[in-house]
Design a protein around this ligand. Structure first.
Ligand code: ADP
Ligand code: DP6
Ligand code: CO
Length: 329
């Protein structure tokens, strides 16, 4: 029987960096994507969220990084809670306390760790005991990239065609090869154009959209093969190409825009410079100016030092493969 938890439930979920990006929905309501995507979960960036459903509350309360959110600012979380209530057949309101150990809305995938953690904590607090596939389907309703953050290591989000078939699955949760990501936090401020708005614009206005879908499906297969064969060069090269193809969609949207800033461009050039020096590393960027450098663990320190000298000590962080979601009892 389903019973609402009589104590707060806490979940921790890590962000993920997409190697093959999701950039566009087929169904905006259910968040069904236009293509398969594939990511690496990161150990250093995560969200911790605590949820309790309580009979005495007359509205949902959301405490985000120690501040109570207004009704409008908590809208996305409340809509998500409505969905959880509907699944569990309950009507109590919830108290949600969430903390991001990642800059929010800066292109470092806070929506991925944020909604994965919320899905985990809210579902268990509501008395639902979901398996990881169903948890990933639930997280998807909050933010597409959250679908993949249920799993550790390399995870794929299969596009599917409806709510039942669009979910993530693990490809390699504990990679035995030492892959690292050097994250450059070049600007931690909130982006002007959210991922949600940016990708919708691409679907609706970019003349390159169908070419993107074709290319990213091919990239998906290539990166999957690269992971199977532990082929770092193929994985890195394909990921870098895929990122630039995605960013070509922002440039070709109407109105056009970009997530790059001057530092992003400098950082991408520096990655190419390192490659000329014989260090195998590749860049990727999500919907924000912050560049992530995919490299092998043995080279991570050297790469970190190289970027720290240009962008500062605190701006450069080495992360490795992270674990999947954990939820308290
Ligand atoms: P990002 O690049 O950080 O993923 P997005 O534009 O995709 O940026 O999403 C940012 C939005 O995700 C925030 O404005 C907020 O609505 C939501 N979000 C971020 N962190 C959390 C969290 N811990 N709990 C709930 N929602 C969150
Ligand atoms: C560039 O998952 O943040 O990071 O589903 O509207 O919440 P919504 O968007 P979101 O988009 C992520 C875009 C991306 C690529 C990716 O993570 O696959
Ligand atoms: Co996001």
């Amino acid at each position: 029987m389903m019973v609402i938890a009589d104590h707060p439930i806490t979940a921790k979920a890590h962000t993920n960096i997409a190697l093959v990006k999701y950039w566009g929905k087929l169904d905006n309501q259910l968040i069904i994507p236009q293509n398969d995507s594939l990511s690496l979960t990161l150990d250093e960036f995560y969200t911790q969220t605590t949820v309790q459903f309580l009979p005495e509350l007359s509205a949902d309360e959301v405490i985000f990084d120690n501040e109570r959110l207004s009704e409008s600012a908590s809208k996305r979380v409340r809509t998500f809670l409505d969905h959880v209530r509907q699944l569990a057949g309950i009507n109590f309101h919830a108290r949600v306390i969430t903390k991001n150990f990642v800059p929010t809305a800066a292109g470092l995938a806070s929506s991925a760790s944020g909604f994965a953690a919320l899905a985990g904590a809210a579902s268990r607090a509501a008395g639902l005991n979901l398996n990881r596939r169903d948890l990933s389907r639930l997280a998807r309703r909050g933010s597409g990239s959250a679908t993949r953050s249920i799993f550790g290591g390399f995870a794929a989000w299969q596009q599917g065609q409806d709510d039942a078939t669009s979910y993530a699955y693990p490809i390699d949760e504990q990679p035995t090869w030492d892959i690292a990501v050097v994250a450059l936090v070049l600007n931690a401020k909130q982006k002007k154009i959210s991922s949600r708005v940016g990708m919708r614009l691409a679907v609706e206005t970019s003349p390159f959209y169908s070419a993107w879908i074709k290319a990213s499906q091919a990239d998906f297969e290539t990166v999957k093969t690269a992971i199977q064969n532990e082929d770092f060069e193929l994985l890195g090269h394909t990921s870098e190409q895929n990122a630039m193809r995605m960013h070509a969609l922002t440039l070709s949207s109407d109105p056009n825009f970009t997530y790059f800033n001057a530092d992003s461009i400098q950082a991408m050039n520096m990655v190419k410079e390192l490659r000329l020096q014989g260090i195998s590393c590749y860049f990727t960027m999500d919907a924000g100016p912050n560049v992530k450098i995919i490299c092998q663990g043995a080279d991570a320190e050297r790469i970190r030092c190289y970027f720290q000298s240009s962008f500062g000590q605190d701006q450069v962080l080495v992360t490795r493969s992270g674990t999947g979601i954990s939820i308290s009892n």
